[in-house]
Design a binder for this molecule. Structure first.
Ligand code: SAH
Ligand code: TYD
Ligand code: ZN
Length: 400
C-alpha cells in the first residue's frame, strides 16, 4: 500500500474488519444493502502518517443528513468560543481581516467571529449542520473544501489571514488538493491552524475507537510537519490540548514567517518510529475487545441491564469490531436529534433520547462518549447515586 501523502511504503498494522459508515444511522427497519468496507490502517515508513487502506466516496459520509453536531457538548462550545476569542485578539485584529473555516459544522466556532462583526466564511458539505450555522449568523458555503473551492473563495473574497480547521483535515483523504487550496488562499503572513486528535494519545490510551471511516488519517507532529513541508509550508507551532481525549493544535505558516516552537522537536522525539509500537497497539485493542465482550456476556447471564451512552461515531468501531448488537446492549441514549429514533450503523442498536436514560436507570451504562466523561458523569450523578455503574473501555475495560 502506498502513502496517500508522500507515495512512500505503508505498513499495515491493524485490520478492524468490515465496518459501516460510522455516522450513517439507519431509519428502521435495517436494510440488507447497508454499505460496508474493510477498515485497515497502516503507517508510512517515510513520513510516518498513519492512514487507512481504503477510501470511501466523500458523499457517502458528508451530506445534508450528516447528524453530528459540535454544539452537543457544553465543554466543546466553551473550547471553540475560546479559540475564536484568541483569533479576534491576534491574527484577526487588523483591518479587514478574513477567516475561513474548513468543516464549520453547526457554527460552533464562527458564531463568536460573526458576533464580533469580522469577515468570515465556513465551508462544510453537511447541509443540515450548515443550516444551523446560518441561523446563528454564520456565512457558510455548503461545499467540500479543496483546490477548486479555494479558487472560488479567493476570487470572491480575497486571501485569508486565518484558515482554521478542527477535527476535519484528518477526515480528508485528498489532502494534496486541500493543501494546494490553502497555499492559494492563505495571505503571505497568514496561518493555517489545524486541531486534530493526537496519535500519541491514541496509542497511549489504546483508543482504537478513534479509528473509523471519517478519521482517514491519525496525525502526529512528525507526519504533519512532513505534510506541510511537502506542500511548501512550514509547521511553526504545536499545542497539546486535552480536548476529545488528546488533541494537537498545529500552526502552519509560510516558510520563515514565524518562529519555530521548540515544542515541535520535543514532541517529535517522543513519537514512535518502531513498528512494534503499532503492533502492540493492535494487540491491546484485541485484548480490550475480548475483555469487553466477556464482561457484557457475563452481565447478561446475571440478568443485568446494560445500555449505551453516546451514539458516537467511535462506537461504530467498537460495536462492529467486537460484534456487539442489541442482544448485549438493547439501546444507546444520545442527545443528538438526528440520531434518535434510528439504528446504529452495522450493529442496529436503537438510539433513544438522552431523557430515556432515567426511565428507568439501567444497572450499567457503557460510556461510548468517554471523551466527554467529565461532563456526562456530572450531569448523570443521580444514576450513580442509585447504584448505577459506568463501564469504560479506555485505556482498558473497567467499571467506575
Ligand atoms: N469543526 C467541528 C466539526 C467536526 S466534524 C468540530 O471540531 O467539532 C467534521 C466536519 O467536517 C463535518 O461537519 C463535515 O461535513 C466536514 N467536512 C468533511 N469533509 C470536508 C471538506 N472537504 N471540506 C469542508 N468540510 C468538510
Ligand atoms: P463525540 O464523542 O463528540 O464524537 P464522535 O461522534 O466523533 O465520536 O460525540 C459525542 C456523542 O455523545 C454525540 O452523539 C452527542 C452525545 N452526547 C450526549 O448524548 N450527551 C452529552 O452530554 C454529550 C456531551 C454528548
Ligand atoms: Zn508517507
Amino acid at each position: 500500500m502506498k502513502c496517500r501523502i508522500c507515495s512512500g511504503n505503508v505498513r499495515e498494522f491493524f485490520d478492524l474488519g468490515p465496518q459501516p459508515v460510522s455516522d450513517a444511522f439507519l431509519l428502521p427497519p435495517a436494510r440488507a444493502d447497508e454499505f460496508f468496507y474493510r477498515l485497515r490502517v497502516g503507517v508510512c515508513e517515510s513520513c510516518m502518517m498513519v492512514q487507512q487502506a481504503e477510501e470511501i466516496p466523500r458523499q457517502k459520509m458528508f451530506h445534508a443528513d450528516y447528524p453530528y453536531r459540535s454544539s452537543g457538548s457544553a465543554l466543546i462550545r466553551q473550547h471553540f468560543a475560546a479559540v475564536a476569542r484568541r483569533f479576534l485578539e491576534t491574527e484577526l485584529s487588523g483591518p479587514d481581516a478574513f477567516i475561513v473555516e474548513i468543516g464549520s459544522n453547526d457554527g460552533v466556532m464562527l458564531k463568536t467571529i460573526s458576533q464580533a462583526g469580522i469577515r468570515h466564511l465556513g465551508v462544510d458539505p453537511s447541509g443540515g449542520a450548515a443550516e444551523v450555522s446560518a441561523e446563528c449568523g454564520v456565512r457558510v458555503q455548503v461545499d467540500f473544501f479543496d483546490e477548486t473551492t479555494a479558487g472560488t473563495i479567493l476570487a470572491r473574497d480575497g486571501q485569508a489571514d486565518v484558515i482554521y480547521s478542527a477535527n476535519t483535515v484528518s477526515h480528508i483523504s485528498y489532502l494534496d488538493s486541500v493543501f494546494r487550496g490553502v497555499d492559494k488562499l492563505l495571505a503571505d503572513n497568514g496561518v493555517f491552524v489545524i486541531e486534530d486528535r493526537y496519535l500519541g494519545d491514541i496509542l497511549e490510551q489504546t483508543a482504537f475507537d478513534q479509528i473509523y471511516d471519517e478519521h482517514f488519517y491519525l496525525f502526529s507532529v512528525r507526519s504533519v510537519r512532513a505534510l506541510a513541508q511537502l506542500h511548501g509550508l512550514e509547521l511553526s507551532g504545536v499545542e497539546h490540548l486535552p480536548v476529545h481525549g488528546g488533541t494537537i493544535r498545529y500552526t502552519i505558516s509560510r516558510p520563515g514567517r514565524r518562529a519555530i516552537s521548540p515544542e515541535i522537536a520535543r514532541l517529535c522525539a517522543l513519537e514512535p518510529v518502531d513498528f512494534a509500537v503499532f503492533e502492540g497497539f493492535a494487540r491491546r485493542a484485541a485484548d480490550i475487545r475480548d475483555a469487553l465482550t466477556t464482561l457484557l456476556t457475563g452481565l447478561r447471564e446475571q440478568g443485568r441491564r446494560v445500555v449505551g451512552y453516546g451514539a458516537t461515531a467511535k462506537s461504530a468501531t467498537i460495536l462492529n469490531y467486537c460484534g456487539i448488537g442489541p442482544d448485549l446492549i438493547p439501546c444507546i441514549c444520545d442527545s443528538t436529534p438526528g440520531k434518535q429514533g434510528r439504528l446504529t450503523p452495522g450493529s442496529h442498536i436503537p438510539v433513544l433520547a438522552a431523557e430515556s436514560f432515567a426511565a428507568p436507570y439501567p444497572d450499567y451504562a457503557l460510556l461510548f462518549a468517554w471523551n466527554h466523561a467529565e461532563e456526562i458523569m456530572a450531569k448523570e450523578q443521580e444514576f450513580k447515586r442509585r447504584g448505577g455503574r459506568w463501564i469504560m473501555y479506555v485505556p482498558e475495560v473497567h467499571i467506575v
